[in-house]
Ligand binder design. Structure first.
Ligand code: ZN
Ligand code: ZN
Length: 373
């Protein structure tokens, strides 16, 4: 039985901000009046700005964007519904000085405590002495969880590019090549297919290294009869995909085949139950229980999945401790794994789109064991 938790939180009344921009609105129940945003993926979500230095200020009356002179032209092109200011120094510094110079009525200022450095925090307190602050960590992230139609289009494309890389790999010769050579082949395939920068370093972990859940590609030469874990993603307009497949280079030992079957079944069971209204902890438990029942509970040490969007890892988290509930329009990964020292590891991961009836797999490369030459 699927226990459906209340979705009351999602229905929290929101007050629209006066200016346009993305559909961001501050929750009515918030404990701050203005918000300073410094986390770049959040800035990109709100403004469309793709540069590497900026700061957003949302006050009850107006929305501002601050960046330095290097991004003058880019900001003019990309940032539409915000008043753009070019600052002589760092963007956050410029934002604080603007608030003082214009005597902006900011009220309690929310800031991203989980994203700013200690130095920036001290700067805020020093420059805006006398202001009251509130740690508004995660406020923008919450509104990034449910993807718009446009965002889903980008995510679909990023997933299709990841699939294309796996198709290329399935046709390639890997035995006798180094993990790094394979990683580069995958990266160049994705870049040629239109991917932006890699969202994370490609994992190619072969033989005993496959037992390391995050074994970035090394100089190790891939041999025959090994497990090879490959974890990769592409980006389209900043939106990431994330997919893992485990391959075999020729016949495997019975235990290696066994863990592949267990992980594949665990992923299948979790995929079948993903739907809006399911709790993240419950989905995690479905896969985790299956792996534990097969005797490999201790060898599955990470959470089952995570949200994917402008960041490769974002909310919600699908883990035993998660208090979150899946909602339609969320994109999450389902990625059980088993890692046995000396024997090898298996992980199978797909990026899926949650809907009311279930989930749509956006990464579609076959999940059965594929043998590489
Ligand atoms: Zn991954
Ligand atoms: Zn992942």
């Amino acid at each position: 039985m699927k226990a459906r938790k209340s979705l009351a939180s999602a229905a929290t009344k929101r007050r629209k901000l006066p200016a346009g921009g993305k559909s961001f609105s501050l929750p009515e129940s918030r404990k701050f009046d203005s918000l300073i945003v410094t986390h770049l993926p959040n800035i990109r979500f709100l403004t469309g700005f793709t540069g590497s230095s900026g700061c957003v200020l949302i006050t009850p009356r107006k929305r501002f964007f601050f960046t330095d002179f290097r991004y003058r032209e880019q900001a003019a092109n990309e940032v539409k519904d915000f008043e753009v200011h070019i600052t002589p120094g760092a963007a956050l510094d410029g934002c604080c000085r603007y608030i003082i110079a214009r005597r902006l009525k900011t009220g309690v200022i929310g800031f991203e405590g989980n994203q700013i450095s200690l130095r920036e925090h001290k700067l805020l307190r020093k420059l805006l002495k006398g202001s009251r602050f509130f740690d508004a960590s995660g406020e923008v992230e919450k509104q990034r969880r449910i993807k718009s139609r446009q965002e889903i289009t980008h995510l679909r494309r990023a997933c299709a590019i990841a699939d294309a890389a796996y198709k290329k790999l399935a046709r390639s010769k890997v035995i006798g090549k180094s993990e790094k050579e394979i990683a580069w082949m995958l990266e160049s395939t994705m870049r040629q297919a239109g991917s932006g920068p890699m969202p994370f370093e490609i994992i190619v972990a072969s033989g005993p290294r496959s037992a390391m859940p995050h074994g970035a590609a090394s100089g190790r030469i891939i041999g025959k009869g090994e497990l090879v874990v490959v974890d990769l993603g592409a980006t389209v307009a900043g939106y990431c995909s994330d997919a893992t497949r485990t391959f075999a280079t020729g016949p495997l030992k019975p235990k290696q085949e066994k863990i592949y079957q267990v992980v594949e079944a665990a992923q299948q069971m979790a995929l079948e139950d993903v739907a809006a209204g399911m709790s993240c902890a419950e989905i995690d438990k479905i896969a985790r229980d299956h792996i534990a029942a097969a005797g490999f509970g201790k060898a599955f040490g990470h959470s089952l999945g995570h949200g994917v969007g402008l960041e490769a890892h974002e909310g919600p988290v699908l883990s035993p401790k998660s208090k979150e509930v899946l909602e339609s329009g969320m994109t999450v990964t389902i990625e059980p794994g088993i890692y046995l020292e000396g024997i090898g590891g298996v992980r199978i991961e797909d990026t899926v789109l949650v809907n009311a009836r279930g989930a749509e797999r956006l990464t579609k490369f076959p999940r059965g064991l594929t043998s590489l030459k």
